[in-house]
Design a protein. Structure first.
Length: 102
């Protein structure tokens, strides 16, 4: 049944990958940003993308999420590792004066 779940979820999985790619670029920009006002604005925008990715990911089965690899910083990461990276960056951003991402 797992193969059929992944075929059924194909469109949503691809959307999650696309959103995750945009989030990855935003996370890299957040890490390099020094201006507090820019950091706050960018962290708000990235937060909206993360919320949208969560909505799309909630439609996927557990097996589809486990098999999902997203691009981040020039490599591919499993989805749940990517979410933990978001949390790490969120902690750094909050420490520097930005808004929390998760």
């Amino acid at each position: 049944m797992g193969l059929f779940d992944r075929l059924y979820d194909f469109g949503d999985r691809e959307q999650v990958k696309t959103i995750a790619l945009r989030i990855g670029v935003g996370l890299q920009q957040l890490l390099s940003e020094t201006d507090t006002f820019q950091l706050r604005g960018l962290s708000s925008a990235v937060r909206q993308e993360i919320d949208y990715m969560k909505v799309l990911a909630s439609k996927l089965t557990k097996e589809s999420l486990n098999c999902l690899d997203v691009k981040f910083a020039g490599g591919k990461l499993p989805y749940f590792v990517f979410v933990s990276k978001i949390k790490e960056v969120s902690d750094i951003v909050v420490e520097r004066g930005g808004h929390p991402l998760i």
